[in-house]
Design a protein around this ligand. Structure first.
Ligand code: RIB
Length: 301
């Protein structure tokens, strides 16, 4: 099976489950608390590995005890961790997360070692680009490094797929022609194109060089442009949404799994809708993603 190189963030998530968000100056008692593996890069790598896709993670952890947590959760899920190094100066990235009773989250991120991923780091790991077929990355590491990695990926003939989250201002529009698949949500789409019209936004991104744009619309599902119309695939109904943290990560990994297996965008979106529906029914990000045997594939038809 084609191999995926995931370049991105590795965080530890400190999650409080609350009935409501605290106001400034207020102290609230949470209903539950958990420490989970997080970071969009690590989450996406774990989601792929759980689907049996050969996956290598390129990233950085800190000089603290949290790095053991990260190394173990990635390794236990089957991710190749030989592209992860330890910072000598800063801590592992962390996220303070509140999840409310509807499963929605608010996140405060400390980048830590993720912020140290620079061009040199990527260049030192160039050998990993040789035997991979895809580069998957997100916007939780410095943008210059993403740009550099995309150029390297193209030089090594890799296909590229990007989760442009969290949303960032793009000053160098040259980045877009290096992107084969872009999976923004509506907020990101508007930030990049200045329009709320989804089809128009897709056309703008394609005119800048992105090959395919798959728009994630949360509860509504996801879609892409097909012969001038927006082709929407509905999300699966979920009765009890527990925690939506990492659902987008599970979605993009499952989409990529679908593309590797069938090379067909509509089928890959349906697979991503199916698999990400599992992730919102359990607490935590990476830990909530299903392994292949847990998935009811009949629901695809
Ligand atoms: O996408 C969810 C992730 O965003 C969390 O795991 C958190 O670490 C932040 O990076």
């Amino acid at each position: 099976m084609e191999k995926v190189l995931v370049l991105g963030s590795i965080n530890i998530d400190f999650v409080s489950f609350v009935s409501q968000y605290p106001k400034p100056g207020e102290t609230l008692i949470s209903n539950d608390f958990g420490i989970f593996q997080g970071g969009k890069g690590a989450n996406q790598a774990i989601a792929l590995a759980k689907l049996d896709v050969p996956t290598l993670m390129l990233g950085k952890v800190g000089k603290d005890a949290l790095n053991d947590f990260a190394f173990s959760s990635l390794k236990e899920s089957g991710v190749d961790i030989s592209g992860i190094s330890k910072s000598k100066k800063v801590s592992t990235g962390s996220a303070s997360i509140w999840v409310n009773t509807q499963g929605q989250n608010s996140i405060v991120l400390y980048p830590g070692a993720n912020g140290e991923i620079d061009e040199d780091f990527i260049f030192q790991h160039e050998k990993f680009f040789d035997n991979a077929s895809w580069l998957l990355t997100q916007f939780e590491i410095p943008l210059e490094s993403i740009f550099f990695a995309l150029k390297l990926a193209k030089a090594h003939k890799l296909k590229t797929i990007i989760d442009p989250a969290p949303v960032r201002e793009i000053v160098n529009n040259d980045i877009w022609e290096l992107v084969d698949y872009l999976l923004p949500n509506e907020i990101e789409l508007k930030e990049f194109t200045n329009t709320e019209n989804v089809l128009k936004a897709i056309h703008i991104l394609k005119s800048r060089g992105v090959k395919e744009v798959i728009v994630k619309l949360g509860k509504q599902g996801a879609g892409y442009e097909d012969n001038g119309s927006f082709n929407l695939f509905s999300a699966l109904p979920v009765e009890n949404v527990v925690d939506t943290t990492g659902a987008g990560d599970c979605f993009i990994a499952a989409f990529l799994y679908g593309m590797i297996q069938w090379g067909n965008i509509p089928r890959a979106i349906k697979i991503a809708n199916l698999i990400s529906a599992y992730s919102i029914q359990k607490k935590g990000a990476a830990i909530s993603f299903p392994i292949k045997s847990e998935i009811d594939w009949k629901k695809l038809e």
